[in-house]
Design a protein around this ligand. Structure first.
Ligand code: GTP
Ligand code: MG
Length: 467
């Protein structure tokens, strides 16, 4: 596929702000011709032939950027040329490595924009790479994930997608569906050979297999999302049990106010941390209790919202006093009832001053810790990791991290379910063909082989400028 775009585009590809170097990327038919007009090679032995227009592909030269209209010297830089189709977009690309000041880069861009080059839209370089057939859509999405990856685990999953593992898996399934459709067609075209029954039953066997693959892939989304965006964990409990102290310990600084006064925390406090490559979004909450204080009441409502929105709840109890521990146990039961399917880890804090027979009030799988003495914390973090089942997906399994992919996998799977229902209701094979075709179409939307323009525009509009 070669998509030809008349426009030559340019953008700053490095982050906005002061930096040692900044990169301006130009892509399109005019990239070399226009860069030639603004660049003068600096070299003792430079001749008139030393121009951008004569540079070989994948070479770099040192020189000055000059405004061709005024002759003004703008900056010194390194300029590289990558000729299409051997470039990121498959078009001619020129990259200017100038000094990373915002004013310098804006000035160079403004000169380019006066020369039939237009500003690139967000993600437009990658969109061209996709439209020109260099990468498929799921790989283009992975490029964005790599840019946004903040932890080792999210980087790994994005690289896995960029390496084409998901693409390969989807292509294999689509190929199987294509063969299946071809067999059905033959059976329908030659009724005299009476192949319909055999073809139908072998198609159903295949569809069951594919459905299982699709379901397994779709099921990896929970872990994939966590690896990409982080797991949301809230710390809840009655006042004064040490919730904010735990947040401070895990985030490594005094993020929240800690006092021995009940009701110190009034609002939810969020902090991002990382454990063993897993991104965690930790929320400390106001202690849960009935209160007449209006502000505290709002805080308590927010605590319940935080519990509702989290993947895991650390329910913290204080085992230094039996009556307070009993109070905590009651609240824990209430929370379990209210949030039925929530993963809750019971954490028993202040075990450094544990009161006799208090820990026994809680179930055996509770984690005993002391924030003060920093004991039991690793155990707690390991327990979280165990619950997320991250280890099992870090091996060879393909993991999906995009909601769009999950939705399409589920739709593809539903299409197969319809095909199976039609078959059990003795509907003719051509009805089944349609559902199989539809399944392939949904899968094709993941890789971008079958995709509507507006969907594509939405995907690329989420990209950052200059990529
Ligand atoms: N002995 C002991 N004291 C602790 C421990 N963890 C916290 N504390 C103390 O318990 C008191 C309450 O701690 P916080 O972290 O403010 O408790 P909280 O649950 O956030 O309280 P609220 O914000 O009021 O809901 C403080 O005096 C802490 O120093 C611990 O492991 N051992
Ligand atoms: Mg607190």
């Amino acid at each position: 596929m070669k998509y030809h775009c008349e426009d030559t585009i340019a953008a700053i590809s490095t982050p906005v702000g002061a930096g040692g170097i900044g990169i301006i990327r130009i892509s399109g038919d005019l990239a070399i011709e226009k860069a030639n007009k603004i660049f003068r090679v600096i070299n003792k032995r430079a001749t008139e032939k030393d121009t951008v227009a004569r540079m070989s592909s994948h070479t770099i030269k040192y020189g000055n950027i000059i405004d061709p209209n005024t002759g003004e010297y703008i900056d010194e830089c390194l300029l590289s040329v990558m000729k299409g189709p051997h470039s990121y977009t498959k078009e001619d690309i020129v990259e200017i490595n100038c000094h990373g000041g915002y004013a310098v880069m804006r000035k160079i861009l403004s000169i380019l924009f006066k020369m039939d080059i237009r500003p690139a839209e967000p993600g437009e370089f990658t969109k061209r790479a996709f439209l020109n057939g260099r990468i498929d859509l799921s790989k283009a999405e992975a490029v964005m994930d790599i840019i946004n990856a903040k932890t080792e685990a999210s980087r790994k999953t994005a690289v896995m997608q960029l390496s084409g593992r998901l693409t390969k898996e989807i292509s294999n399934i689509r190929e199987k569906l294509r063969l299946c459709l071809a067999e059905i067609e033959v059976a329908l075209d030659y009724p005299e050979y009476e192949m319909e029954e055999d073809t139908g039953s072998s198609a159903m066997k295949l569809l069951t297999e594919i459905q299982k693959i699709l379901a397994d892939l779709s099921d990896t989304f929970y872990q994939g999302r966590i690896l990409k965006d982080g797991v949301k964990i809230s710390i809840a409990g009655i006042p004064n049990v040490g919730k904010s102290s735990l947040l401070n310990l895990l985030s490594g600084y005094d993020r929240a106010i800690v006092t021995d006064i009940e009701g110190t925390t009034r609002d939810t406090i969020e902090e991002s941390i990382e454990y063993d490559g897993i991104p965690i979004i930790l929320t400390d909450t106001a202690g849960l209790r009935k209160t007449a204080d209006l502000v505290e009441k709002i805080g308590v409502d927010r605590s319940y919202d935080a519990i509702k929105n989290s993947d895991i709840v650390i329910f913290m109890a204080d085992i230094s006093e039996k009556t307070r521990a009993i109070q905590s146990q009651k609240l824990l039961e209430e929370i379990k009832d209210k949030f039925e399917n929530k993963i809750i880890i019971t954490v028993l804090n202040k075990c450094d001053i544990e009161a006799a027979d208090t820990a026994e009030i809680f179930s055996k799988d509770s984690v005993k810790i002391s924030v003060k003495e920093e004991t039991g914390i690793k155990l707690l973090l390991e327990k979280i990791k165990e619950l997320l089942k991250i280890e099992s997906i870090e091996g060879n399994q393909t993991v999906i991290t995009s909601e769009r992919h999950k939705l399409l996998l589920d739709r593809a799977s539903n299409a197969l379910k319809k095909a199976q229902e039609s078959y059990s209701n003795n509907l003719p094979l051509d009805c089944i063909s349609y559902d199989i075709w539809e399944c392939g179409k949904f899968l094709g939307e993941i890789t971008g082989e079958s995709i509507e323009d507006d969907v594509m525009e939405t995907i690329f509009s989420k990209f950052c400028l200059g990529k």
